[in-house]
Design a binder for this molecule. Structure first.
Ligand code: MEZ
Length: 588
């Protein structure tokens, strides 16, 4: 009887909430106008309660409209987000029932898409957590062993590792979808002495990866952490492929002296693939992964030991999770324009390639409980963000043979130099941008290039002269530049700019160009950690119960991160954090 009353009560509450929902241009109105009832979306009886992952409404969207693939196949439009790289995500990420819907991808891409009952497409910066006033009375409290904050590759890896080591785990993600910035990663994952390298006859060593990384970071990276990155990279790649990832394609990124950047077959983007694999693995294990759930405060006891967090759920409101150990994997702060400008005033107003959740929550939360911050001024700009957008044109396009040409139709730099150097070179050109130029051969070598065509970013021509006309550069100079570059490829030596790797000549029509300019891409600074991923306090001692992994940490990449080292870091340090955090939780 009690249960029956409860069910009735919840159903009544849902109906009342629906009736009270704001009217005018929302999906709820659109559905209501077609005779859809509140309970058709929100479920009946006990299921009516809305959880922060919005499970019931989303399963009902799919029941009526089909999954993303089906919707993608049935909907028109040249740019179709339903078939984009996001993988399986909740419909409510973009389509909100009781507010104007937002195109989530517009946060990164900046293109104008019409969306039913949609709102403005302005990028949304997520506010930093602010410690709220505690509600009067008892606050709802849950308990877990390992609590992971952040659903990018580092957090998901830590959570899966902790679960597999026997811990009870909860993972919290403040965004409406997991994947973080990792999901946008394009180029690949660096690893040395791998099976893929052996099969392709690439002679690489962990020591060489260490040297390249340390040199790329101008000697500022902590050598102990850089060694872990390099020495564990092949094992991390094996771990990733062991849980279902395909990392069988190989290429080279700037600053690497060997081909060690691994990515899916055909050169598909690495991030969307890895994010999907990690998500599937979390689901398979029944991991408690909660989206729309922002940690607003880390709690500690009188002895300075971490005891849990306060969480703000989009629907659930404020509650507490007591945890034996906390792993921060919240990513960097490239999308926090104020913080970037604070540490690097010259970067004020610069566009970022990052997703809007990369606001530095973990840095703020960790610092508030005494964590030391290191190398916060080291912020990386990536040389090739498509002009007028926030879309990263992966370094892999240059790695596979593209060149950079200025408005005068000339090459001006070693295209696969380190990012800091290439970015500065681009900023010195007329218009502070350049054209990334490639041919059909490069296009065929890297599947992810198709995405740039899908997004209308590419200009093309049947001949070099036709392309020069399309991008408005002097045709004679452009033709001479291509001829000279192709001669360098034939001679296996670039006398002009000392480009060390010349994978292919650019002779196969069609010819293509994308205009690119530098954008804020990665924050090398963050919480100081030790080799066990324990967060170090200002007194040099680890904070008991606090671990961190991924871009929220600082000190690995020094002054400049090499392309492909970020995904490598997330998997390696995510695994260490998951394992060490579990051991700590079990010892408590
Ligand atoms: O590691 C990166 O940031 C990377 C490989 C980016 C890219 O250009 O694809």
């Amino acid at each position: 009887m009690l249960l029956f009353r409860l069910i009735l009560g919840l159903a009544f509450l849902a109906t009342t909430l629906c009736a009270a929902a704001p009217t005018g241009g929302h999906l709820a109105d659109l559905h209501g106008g077609k005779g859809v009832q509140c309970t058709d979306c929100h479920g009946k009886g006990r299921k009516v309660k809305v959880d922060d992952s919005e499970t019931v409404p989303n399963s009902n969207c799919v029941n009526c409209h089909g999954d993303l693939k089906a919707v993608g196949e049935n909907s028109k439009g040249h740019i179709n987000p339903h078939i984009s790289h996001l993988g399986k995500i909740n419909c409510t990420v973009c389509h909100a029932g009781h507010q104007a819907s937002q195109v989530y991808c517009a946060n990164c891409h900046g293109f104008d898409l019409k969306i039913p009952a949609g709102g403005p497409h302005a990028p949304q910066a997520n506010p930093l957590p602010t410690a709220p006033a505690l509600p009067k009375g008892k606050i709802q409290t849950e308990r877990t062993e390992v609590l992971v904050v952040g659903g990018g590759a580092a957090g998901m890896t830590a959570a899966i590792t902790a679960h597999d080591a026997g811990a009870k785990v909860i993972l919290l993600e403040k965004q409406p979808l997991t994947g973080g910035n990792s999901m946008l990663a394009a180029g690949g994952m660096n690893a040395a002495e791998t099976r893929v390298q052996a099969m392709k006859g690439v002679k690489d060593t962990k020591e060489l990866m260490f040297q390249d990384t340390a040199k790329g970071g101008k000697g500022l990276g902590d050598p102990a952490l850089v060694h872990i990155l390099a020495d564990s990279s092949a094992a991390s790649l094996d771990w990733l492929t062991g849980i279902g990832a395909d990392m069988s394609d190989l290429g080279r990124m700037g600053g690497a002296s060997q081909d060690r950047c691994h990515r899916p077959k055909g050169g598909s983007a690495v991030g969307a693939h890895i994010a999907a694999v990690l998500k599937e693995n979390a689901a398979k294990r029944g991991l408690d992964v909660r989206v729309n759930s922002q940690v607003v405060k880390i709690l500690k006891d009188g002895k300075g030991r971490i005891t849990g967090v306060l969480v703000k759920g989009r629907h659930r409101g404020l509650y507490r999770i007591n945890a034996k150990v906390l792993v921060l994997a919240t990513g960097g702060f490239s999308a926090n324009a104020e913080l970037v400008a604070h540490y690097q005033p010259r970067m004020k107003g610069m566009i970022t390639s990052n997703q809007p959740g990369a606001t530095g929550d973990g840095v703020a939360l960790g610092e508030a409980v005494g964590g030391e911050l290191v190398q916060m001024k080291e912020i990386q700009i990536h040389p090739s963000v498509a002009s007028g957008s926030r879309i990263l044109i992966t370094e892999a396009v240059r790695g596979n043979g593209a060149i950079l040409v200025n408005r005068e139709g000339k090459r001006f730099f070693n295209e696969i130099g380190t990012r800091d150097a290439v970015s500065q070179a681009v900023l010195h050109q007329t218009g502070e941008s350049a054209f990334m130029v490639f041919d059909e051969g490069v296009r065929r070598s890297l599947k992810q290039i198709d995405g740039y065509f899908h997004l209308d970013l590419v200009k093309e021509g049947e001949s070099p002269e036709a392309l020069a006309k399309a991008i408005e550069v002097p045709s004679d100079a452009f033709r001479a530049t291509l001829d000279r570059y192709n001669q360098a490829v034939d001679a296996k030596q670039d006398g002009d700019f000392k480009r060390p790797d010349l994978p292919r000549a650019l002779r196969t029509a069609k010819f293509y160009a994308i205009e690119v300019a530098p954008g804020i891409h990665y924050t090398m600074g963050g919480l100081k950690i030790d080799a066990d991923t324990r967060v170090i306090a200002k007194d040099g001692k680890p904070i008991p119960g606090l671990y961190a992994a991924g871009e929220v940490t600082g000190g690995i990449h020094g002054a400049n991160r090499l392309g492909g080292n970020s995904i490598s870091e997330t998997i390696t340090f995510g695994r260490i954090a998951g394992a060490r955090a579990t051991a700590f939780a079990k010892s408590r």
